[in-house]
Design a binder for this molecule. Structure first.
Ligand SMILES: Nc1ncnc2c1ncn2[C@@H]1O[C@H](COP(=O)(O)OP(=O)(O)OP(=O)(O)O)[C@@H](O)[C@H]1O
Length: 251
């Protein structure tokens, strides 16, 4: 049975006196696709970073595939469990596209073999297949830094295909893309995750994209869950309340 579930219990993340997240509890089943929305500063990035073990909660527990994240020390196991696409893509600009995609195998192979892997034809074929899937087969040997933002995002997705984690986290994956490319990327990301039976959580600033591409939407506000609903059940009023700018009460 392919388990890629997530269970968060009473998670609080504090930065000094500031509570970026307060007592968050939720469960996500294997294969669910979830959009994370909410105003700036609501805690979306902090939530994703906590699942990826990049931020350590001050209280509470996170279980990925039934295992406590705190005990997941082995980088190989972590890479098989969680993969993250971030706004800055984390690609090496000086290297060709193909090398960046093969870096998806880094945790399996170590740096040297990943870089040398181009001499192993079958590994190269796997990377080429991934690049074909994201529509970049003609850019194998292009220097990654010369690609547009949208193309670089696709390289990051191809790398994720090679890493093949059980859970995919995407932090504002379309932030730097125009509307057509944003739709294209979200379509591809949700389709690839569905094909791989991977759990997907993507934070998005666009409510339209959240409602179009995701069946469940979790809204954060001031570090708390504001709502956790099926897309079909979300009303305009709830969204207006979520994004309302609260006036400072003076005097
Ligand atoms: N390393 C940090 N140190 C101190 N405060 C932080 C740190 N990281 C986040 N915060 C604070 O925690 C809160 C949540 O930030 P977070 O980046 O998670 O929000 P977000 O919902 O992702 O925002 P945005 O949509 O603007 O990216 C904010 O008030 C932010 O200033």
């Amino acid at each position: 049975m392919n388990d890629s579930s997530i269970d968060v219990t009473n998670m609080t993340v504090a930065f000094g006196h500031k509570h970026a997240l307060s007592s968050i509890s939720l469960s996500i089943k294997s294969g669910e696709q979830i959009a994370l929305i909410g105003p700036s500063g609501a805690g979306k990035t902090t939530f994703l970073n906590s699942l990826a073990a990049l931020t350590v909660p001050s209280e509470g527990e996170i279980a990925l595939m039934g295992q406590n994240v705190r005990n997941m020390k082995d980088p190989k196991q972590r890479a098989k469990t969680i993969g993250m696409i971030r706004q800055q893509f984390d690609l090496v600009n000086e290297l060709p596209v193909l090398h960046n995609v093969l870096a998806g195998r880094l945790s399996d192979w170590g740096l040297l073999k990943s870089l040398l892997s181009l001499v192993f034809p079958q590994e190269k074929q796997v990377a080429i297949q991934a690049l074909k899937k994201v529509g970049l087969a003609d850019k194998l040997y292009t220097k990654t830094g010369l690609l547009s933002g949208g193309e670089q995002q696709r390289v990051a997705m191809a790398r994720l295909l090679l890493q093949n984690p059980a859970i995919i986290l995407a932090d504002e994956p379309v932030a730097s893309l125009d509307p057509a490319r944003s739709e294209d990327l979200l379509q591809m990301l949700t389709q690839l995750a569905a094909e791989g039976n991977q759990t997907l959580i993507a934070s998005l600033h666009s409510v339209d994209y959240a409602l179009t591409y995701f069946s469940r939407v979790i809204a954060l506000k001031d570090g708390k869950i504001y709502f956790d609903l099926k897309s079909n059940d979300i009303t305009k009023d709830r969204l207006s309340e979520l994004y309302a700018i609260e006036e400072e009460q003076n005097g």
